[in-house]
Design a protein around this ligand. Structure first.
Ligand SMILES: [Zn+2]
Ligand SMILES: [Zn+2]
Length: 284
């Protein structure tokens, strides 16, 4: 099967290696069919961000035009070799999505899709990045337990999904909270929350990303867990694959293995995006 990888970064965000063209060339070498360039959208216009090292999280607003131009040029240059898609990974930050919308609106006609993520939750110090290794222990200051973090995370997911003013296509790394091997003490209660999240995703007709980035983190498994993937299958929610590559050679990482398992579960198709429109390709 020819792979499609819908979640990749590059050096513009400040914490990934290699320029966009390095990723494209590696993908061509690997025989990848479609590569989504989906770097982190800027954070600098948000408020309450003073306490988090967001400068290393994303490109700046002045770089956005350059990012889009570069992708356009490379689409042309490599058009006979690979499908390239233009995207951003955007964050849902409570009460601040209007600021983001205002910026995204300007570039909307250039985009093939948007990945919607939650990396940032409220804390005593303002805001806190749940997956930043530097802030890994921070949750203990603002939350009484890891379950509280999970509750807050999934509550925010539901808010993001039901907020029709927050436009995006794909829910990324759905159970990211587990990244550092933090698991809930009451998994049953948390799973009930997850089911609510999935029902909301189903209602809004979004796609869920199966993200293999987790294999390279402490948790050593994909996001989301197989328990959640089983529910996704039951609810018949579309999925696609993302490696979350922060280095060119992480493209399509573990795709062969994960596809085998997805097929065993029963999935027969993966979602595909172009100019905001979703279609499907068969898994074979
Ligand atoms: Zn990143
Ligand atoms: Zn992410």
């Amino acid at each position: 099967m020819k792979f499609e990888d819908w979640h990749t970064h590059n050096s513009m965000c400040g914490h990934a290696e290699g320029i966009i063209e390095d990723y494209i060339q590696y993908a061509i070498k690997m025989g990848i069919e479609t590569l989504g360039i989906s770097d982190h959208f800027p954070y600098e216009f948000y408020s309450n961000f003073e306490k988090i090292p967001y400068q290393g999280y994303a490109m700046t607003m002045v770089q956005v035009e350059k990012y889009l131009e570069t992708i356009d040029d490379l689409k042309m240059k490599y058009r006979d070799k690979i499908n390239i898609r233009t995207a951003f990974e955007i964050d849902y930050i409570q009460n601040q999505y209007i600021k983001l919308n205002k910026h995204i609106e300007k570039f909307k006609n250039k985009l093939d899709y948007l990945l919607g993520s939650i990396h940032i939750l409220p804390s005593m110090k303002g805001l806190w990045t749940i997956d930043d290794p530097l802030l890994k222990e921070e949750y203990k200051i603002s939350y009484n337990s890891i379950d509280e973090v999970y509750e807050q995370y999934y509550k925010t997911q539901i808010e993001m999904i039901s907020n029709l003013e927050f436009n995006y296509n794909i829910v990324s790394h759905l159970d990211l909270v587990k990244k550092f091997n933090y698991f809930p003490e009451n998994p049953k209660i948390i799973m009930e929350k997850v089911i609510q999240v999935l029902e909301n995703i189903k209602n809004r007709n979004l796609t869920i990303e199966i993200n293999t980035g987790g294999f390279r983190k402490e948790v050593k498994e994909q996001y989301p867990s197989f328990e959640i993937i089983d529910k996704i299958y039951e609810l018949d929610i579309p999925i696609l694959l993302g490696s979350d590559a922060h280095k060119p050679d992480e493209i399509a990482h573990m795709f062969e293995e994960i596809l085998k398992t997805l097929k065993k579960i029963g999935f027969s198709q993966l979602a595909h995006y172009e100019k905001g429109k979703r279609s499907f390709v068969d898994i074979n």
